[in-house]
Design a protein around this ligand. Sequence first.
Ligand code: GLN
Ligand code: ZN
Length: 756
Amino acid sequence: MSIQLHNLGFPRIGARRELKFALEQYWRGEINGDALETVAAQLRAEHWRWQDQAGLDWLPVGDFSLYDHVLDTSVMLGAIPDRFGQDSDALTTYFRMARGRGADNQAFAALEMTKWFDTNYHFLVPELEAGQTFKLNPGRLLAQLAECKALNLTAQPKPVLLGPLTWLWLAKARSNVDKLALLDALLTEYAALLQILSAQGVEWVQIDEPVLVLDLPTDWKTALEMSYHRLQSRELKLMLTTYFDDLGDNTQLACRLPVQGLHIDLARAPKQLDRVLDNLPAYKTLSLGLIDGRGVWRADLNDKRALIDQARSRFSGALWLAPSCSLLHVPIDVAPETAIEPELKNWLAFARQKLLELNHLQAIATGAETAAPLLAESQAAVAARLQSPRARKADVRRRLAALDSLPRQRQTPFKFRQSLQQQQLALPQFPTTTIGSFPQTTAIRQLRRDYKQGRIDPTDYQAAIEQAIADCIAEQEALGLDVLVHGEFERNDMVEYFAEHLDGFLLTQNGWVQSYGSRCVKPPILYGDVSRPEPITVAWTRYAQSLTEKPVKGMLTGPVTVLNWSFVRDDQPRRETALQLALALSDEVKDLEQAGINIIQIDEAALREGLPLKHRDRAEYLDWAIAAFRLTASMVADSTQIHSHMCYSEFNDIIQAIADMDADVISIEASRSGMALLQAFVDFNYPNAIGPGIYDIHSPNQPSATEMTGLLQQARTVLDDSQIWVNPDCGLKTRGWEEVRGALAAMVEAAKTARR
Ligand code: GLN
Ligand code: ZN
């Protein structure tokens, strides 16, 4: 029986980040919209060719996006809030929604941004207004379909849609709009779209409904059932895709929906296969998501073959093979990574290698002649990694085993520490600070690059970074900030920097993954036991402190964030890896304290996104995640003030855990949601200090003192004055000095107004 191959989505940004550079040129007005679209079309064509060459039968079309696919869906459905106007230039409206600015540079309040399920990819949250209507605008999708057809590849195009229920679930409804009441109107547009696609000769449409892996309320389950009955079509086949977890309680529902195909994630949740086979009617096509779309390790194709065999033995319908989810979440190609040692490189598979693995799997499953050597090679690569002495260190293991003898909480409760710290630090009311990084200018980036590539020697590099620190301290003093930072100029990225200085990690040169819009990160690859060979941040921080009477806050990335923003080994529980990281970072905390740094921030920007999608798995995760943070933070004196920073806006479901972290001060992202999220802290009666961000650093718009005073006032209506810190939403590294200077001056002004 033939087995077909398909892919759910390919990274958009380009192997050399071509899309990023084109977008940023377009935003700066250096190229026009046509030039941007040309780069985008070239990338799509290249990516389709690669996928075709890998032997796929079905190519995703519509997975590409200039900024975000959820935003594309909103625009396609005509869900464009009134405030963005209807500029005659579609790109202008699009980027107004995405980042608060179109080509005309007029300022708008952008859509809110939040993380896509449990990934580090951010999407733009659709907004639903009272009396929301929809108006289908499939132009972009159809144009891409035509582009793909025009390439005359062997593989067939398969348009990709974000499903109506997932789109609606992710949307934010303004003023008591009942989301499900809008479903009927929404389905009218989806039905029309499917008709149009069918008229274009499309055979299969991929429709993504990752909500199916969540714990869904009954009315949403009913809505799913009703919706897919309504979207049934005789001409067109729907491949309903689910990913990131097990279908769980929704298995029967997913299996009986009247669609022709179902895709399940067997990388994250291989055990669900049996349950799906129990329920899936044989007239359907089952797509096995075998190759991990979230990790970078080569697959053991023998394990994967076993799953195919299991499916075949019980299911007589057609089988497709695929990555577990879109490959958006992994880098594009490991082949050009010349700096990685061959031994380690052979353990890895990025997007292009994953497609090849699919191809090999097809050969293996169909008993091709090449099957035996392909199997042997994949098994050998995986075995080499699992048995490598490079991944295990006796001293790290010993330390971890002796964990029980270490402090797991601060010595005294917060109230007591608070007064000690206040005595020592003597900060004004509503103390002002920043989240750590200051603008990363072209000169700074160039400096780091030159140093890395050996074009300047360590002494000159140190002098140049110290100069940047000195300038930054002077700027902060001039602005009148209360707690200063050194500015993080030595860091390319908050996780990569620590990974570079800890043992157990592997770094890539171009392993970029899109985080939001044009922003990409290069997640480190954590392959072995973690330890800290020597202090990492101490010298820079101590230098900064030597320049000022004001306290300088030390800046660390927390263990859970390093874990969640890395590609992590899969040969031991994540909990164990997190505790190894915590021990290594606790050494840094102690060294900072010893160097006279009295305020230390341990960023846990990614703690929330590691939260399992299903409620039943959450307590366990939070338990070890919080333990890891506390292990990092608890070895200091009561008078040392521990800060943490979190860039998210949803705290309701994790507020207990946030309180259990027991950081003296936490800063959170709050400005885009207009402080609404503070309600979670109020309802919980959150005891420690909080700095709700009053400056939206994700937008190029510079807020005024009046706006920030307004936000601060709102915070004061719900929090106690003694709890409040004043800071931006996040680090300032992506912004320019001009705007930062203006915005921070206004922020200090707002704090002064509040003090009066
Ligand atoms: N300290 C980091 C910075 O300021 C925090 C960044 C983040 O939370 N993403 O850049
Ligand atoms: Zn942040």
